[in-house]
Design a protein around this ligand. Structure first.
Ligand code: COA
Ligand code: AMP
Length: 632
């Protein structure tokens, strides 16, 4: 019987103050909380009110003080350059303190925002920690976004300083970041006081009057001390796709996040201080924030920060090489990475070249884990494979097989059961609890546990509207699914227009806004269609304005280029076609869901409200011509 898990779950829900108050003992507080959970202003709940702390102190300095100074804290492993560099806790503390000193010299103070636009280099983690040291609020922007997306995030966070690298490295190409940053700044109404640029030898950047050379400034800076912040002060803002072109600024507060992350390292991931975690994601995503940077360091572990891909850098054994070299205990990545490895090396033949004796668990998240991938990974690695479900908003897993508590039998397709602290329920369309097995909206009863978003950046109203208004008393995850008789949660699909491409969350609505801006396009629809590696990829259908006689293939190529220019390569938008008409309901709503089912050759029903059924036949023909809508 899973007694420890059941006990923890029962206690975390019936006595959240007691449960998380005890968990908070794992953190150093400069001043203890006056109230563990403030429930006086629902639906806004705050954890560890009145407490003072510093996240960087907890992630670095206190471990040095406790004797971990010589232990590796961060291992930067670049499969792109072949460079590996390990930083001990003492070295990382020193580097971060100096970088914080450089930021302070540029005028950064507690509460100021700092934008970080960097590839997967150790300095990206240092930048986040240096902000935390000063009590500044970081906003990391993923490197695969275009200048316009960067501009939107600059305008939203209004950073005092921007930290960037001269370039990122993608297989076969160097991505110069500085021109993208300059383009974003030229468009933005907000201008930072300064930019600190890390010069990478692969492509040096031209520095302007407001730009500082990272190495030079840091070399001359004095180390800065940790600035006490309130537990409820924001540690970071992380923008994530919403249903429109305006991303949502998810706020993460300092105290609750630390408590939740440290708890999760032991109880979910089964990793103790001194052990090695390798999270193959990107610092630009929540997974990177939580499990490349903060959680492993807060827990006194060693984190591997990997610049490269699972395949092609140099081959499908890239992860096995890193696991062997750094004696990794747990790997965390998205199922898409395993689908990519499986495609290149279906029999897993490369694995036999490596010693994975330290490797104990594979964790997968970011998208639904298809049973094929789960079974393939289990068979190959012969270790437990844990599918776990979470979101940018939640900051840490909602559902998981808790390796450090009582692992449960795996049900393929399910991220197992709710993690202690999360009261996950399924509500039907009348907002009533659904029966076991019945699909409905996956919601979480308020208050959310520590670590989850307290609000959106300077937008309490948007927070309520997006997450709390539809199901009063609950947080709406935006996912649909069901809970079975045994309490296993199955996450089936999104209830909005978000799609998941290679574990990255993207808005089809935003892509439609971009396509609609093409001068020849009258209307359009973008939907997520199935992809064997990336899970889903976007596909665009465009109706041209009357009188446009240009070559449709040319317009489709322009549409693909436009999305890359306006959203970025991360959108993975490679296919657009011109169609005569789009199928709609009689009230004019485009039938995206039906078209997606047709494209994926799934069973579909003629919608009762369709205006003109003949259009679906035209669409089917068009989709067949580009290789979709074919039953195999
Ligand atoms: N900077 C600039 N460009 C970037 C980038 C970055 N940081 N990250 C990705 N891109 C580009 C890629 O080069 C690619 O460009 P292309 O269209 O010119 O080929 C495009 O964005 C799409 O990237 P992606 O969808 O990641 O595809 P990929 O072919 O480069 O890699 C996988 C596919 C599956 C190998 C990769 O997505 C992966 O390893 N995913 C698993 C880990 C992960 O990211 N998880 C996220 C949440 S846990
Ligand atoms: P993001 O905020 O980018 O992390 O994306 C969160 C979304 O990814 C969730 O709302 C889900 O739709 C999806 N997701 C993440 N993990 C899983 C999982 N284990 N199973 C199913 N869907 C997942």
């Amino acid at each position: 019987m899973a007694e420890r898990l059941a006990g923890a779950r029962e206690r975390a829900l019936s006595d959240p103050k007691g449960y998380w108050g005890e968990a908070a003992r794992a953190i150093d507080w400069f001043k203890p909380a006056e109230e563990i959970l403030d429930t006086s202003n629902p639906p806004f709940y705050r954890w560890f009110v009145g407490a003072e702390t510093n996240v960087c102190h907890n992630a670095l300095d206190r471990h040095v003080a406790a004797g971990r100074g010589d232990q590796a804290a961060l291992i930067y492993d670049s499969a792109m350059t072949g460079k590996v560099r390990s930083y001990t806790y003492a070295e990382l503390t020193d580097a971060v303190a100096r970088l914080a000193g450089a930021l302070a010299q540029l005028g950064v103070e507690k509460g100021d925002r700092v934008l970080i636009y960097m590839p997967m280099v150790a300095e990206a983690a240092m930048a986040m920690l240096a902000c935390a040291r000063l009590g500044a609020v970081h906003s990391v922007v993923f490197g695969g976004f275009a200048a316009t997306e960067l501009k939107t995030r600059i305008e939203a966070a209004k950073p005092k300083v921007i930290l960037a690298a001269s370039c990122g490295l993608e297989p076969g190409r160097i991505v110069p970041y500085k021109p993208l940053l300059d383009a974003a700044l030229a468009m933005a109404t907000h201008k930072p006081d300064a930019c600190l640029i890390l010069q990478r030898p692969e492509a040096l950047a031209d520095l302007g009057p407001k730009d500082h050379d990272w190495a030079k400034l840091v070399a001359g800076a004095s180390p800065a001390a940790c600035v006490p912040v309130k537990a409820t002060d924001p540690l970071y803002i992380l923008y994530t796709s919403g249903t429109t072109g305006i991303p949502k600024g998810v706020v993460r507060d300092a105290g609750g996040y630390m408590v939740a992350l440290v708890w999760s390292m032991k109880n979910i991931y089964g990793i103790e201080a001194g052990e090695v975690m390798f999270t193959a994601s990107d610092v630009g995503w929540v997974v990177g924030h939580s499990y490349i940077v903060y959680a492993p360091l807060l827990a006194g572990c060693t984190s591997v920060l990997y610049e490269g891909k699972p395949v092609g850098t140099p081959d499908a054994g890239a992860f096995w090489r890193a696991i062997q070299q750094h004696k990794v205990k747990a790997l965390f990545t998205a199922p898409t990475a395993f689908r990519a490895i499986k495609k290149e090396d279906p029999t897993g033949s490369l694995l036999k070249n490596y010693d994975l004796s330290h490797f104990k668990t594979l964790f997968l998240a970011g998208e639904r884990c298809d049973p094929d991938t789960l079974h393939w990974a289990e068979k190959l690695l012969k270790v437990p494979v844990v599918d776990h479900w979470w979101q940018t908003e939640t900051g840490w897993p909602i559902c998981a097989n808790c390796v450090g508590l009582d692992p449960l039998p795996v049900k393929p397709g399910s991220p197992t059961t709710a993690v202690p602290g999360w009261d996950v329920q399924v509500l039907d369309e009348n907002r009533q609890p659904a029966k076991p097995g019945e699909i409905g909206a996956l919601v979480i009863k308020l208050p959310l546990p520590p670590g989850a978003l307290p609000t959106l950046w300077q937008n309490d109203e948007g927070y309520q509207r997006s997450y709390l208004a539809d199901y009063p008393g609950y947080y709406k995850t935006g996912d649909a699914g069901f809970i079975d008789e045994d309490g296993y949660v199955f996450v089936m699909s999104r209830t909005d227009d978000l799609i998941n491409v290679a574990g990255h969350r993207l808005s089809t609505g935003q892509m439609e806004e971009v396509l609609a801006g093409h001068p020849d396009v009258a209307e359009c629809a973008v939907m997520g269609v199935a992809d064997t590696i990336k899970g889903q990829v976007p596909l665009g259908l465009m109706v041209l304005k009357a009188g446009v006689s240009r070559d449709p293939a040319e317009i489709a190529r322009e549409a693909v280029a436009l999305i890359r220019e306006k959203i970025g390569p991360v959108a993975a938008f490679k296919t657009a076609i011109v169609v005569k008409r789009l199928p709609k309901t009689r009230s004019g709503k485009i039938l995206r869901g039906t078209m997606q089912k047709i494209a994926d050759a799934q069973d579909w029903k003629m919608p009762a409200t369709i205006d003109d059924p003949a259009i679906l036949e035209e669409i089917t023909d068009s989709l067949r011509m580009i290789g979709y809508a074919n039953r195999t």
